[in-house]
Design a protein around this ligand. Structure first.
Ligand SMILES: CC(C)(COP(=O)(O)OP(=O)(O)OC[C@H]1O[C@@H](n2cnc3c(N)ncnc32)[C@H](O)[C@@H]1OP(=O)(O)O)[C@@H](O)C(=O)NCCC(=O)NCCS
Length: 193
């Protein structure tokens, strides 16, 4: 999926998902400006600063960080990033982060983009994808599970929420080969072949 792809979410709306481009600067800034503070906590940068977004789009390097956006016409409604480490013992692993506009929650959008991302991970020759998910976020755990991620470990009280409370983090990992095996098996079973 290195062009763009149309997906249909549960409301029947058609969205486009594609890698972020330089011209997305304004729409990306607007997306992050719309997000409530409790969702911004998942992002490691101050995305309410337009300079931060400008730096990102000016230095796009898909080999290191591949950002995928979902668009409803010209409006960005989700952002997912695949981070890769070029050398060392984690060179076969991609780290995934995702945030979806609350107005589009519960419509299968995260599930659809994460499935695309696993396919991209395979195209890049990655073996595993890794995500750090708040243990109490049913939606996040389900969305990653829907895309073949499995729960691997809990790190108690690792991160802090907005109020400074420690929050448990669930490490979820997708084994890309197993993802394809199980997809192939499901297809075989459904076609009876
Ligand atoms: C986690 C997140 C990306 C999910 O996005 P989404 O587009 O709503 O996810 P989906 O619609 O694909 O839903 C996945 C599953 O969760 C369920 N779900 C969605 N919102 C839910 C909620 N509030 N409560 C319970 N289940 C919920 C969906 O019904 C779906 O279940 P199903 O597979 O049984 O149908 C979104 O909530 C978000 O942006 N959260 C903040 C950022 C975050 O936590 N990121 C993860 C860490 S990187």
């Amino acid at each position: 999926m290195f062009g763009s792809k149309e997906i249909i979410i549960r409301s029947g709306k058609r969205l486009i998902i594609r890698p972020m481009r330089k011209e997305d600067e304004k729409a990306l800034f607007e997306f992050f400006s719309r997000l409530p503070n409790d969702l911004l906590i998942f992002i490691r940068h101050n995305v309410r600063d337009p300079q931060v977004i400008k730096e990102w789009v000016d230095h796009l390097n898909y080999e290191r960080v591949l950002p995928i956006v979902a668009l409803d016409n010209d409006k960005i409604v989700a952002d997912v990033t695949l981070h890769r480490i070029p050398y060392g013992w984690k060179r076969h692993i991609g780290q995934v982060r995702i945030v979806v506009d609350p107005a589009y929650h519960g419509q299968g959008l995260a599930t659809a983009i994460l499935n695309e991302l696993v396919e991209l991970g395979a195209e890049f020759g990655l073996e595993k994808l890794w995500a750090e998910v708040p243990l109490d976020s049913i939606a996040a755990v389900k969305a990653f599970k829907n895309a073949g991620f499995r729960c691997k470990a809990v790190v108690e009280g690792l991160v802090k929420d907005l109020r400074g409370n420690n929050v448990d983090i669930l490490i979820m990992v997708c084994d890309i080969e197993q993802y394809y095996d199980s997809k192939w098996l499901r297809k075989k079973e459904s076609t009876g072949a």
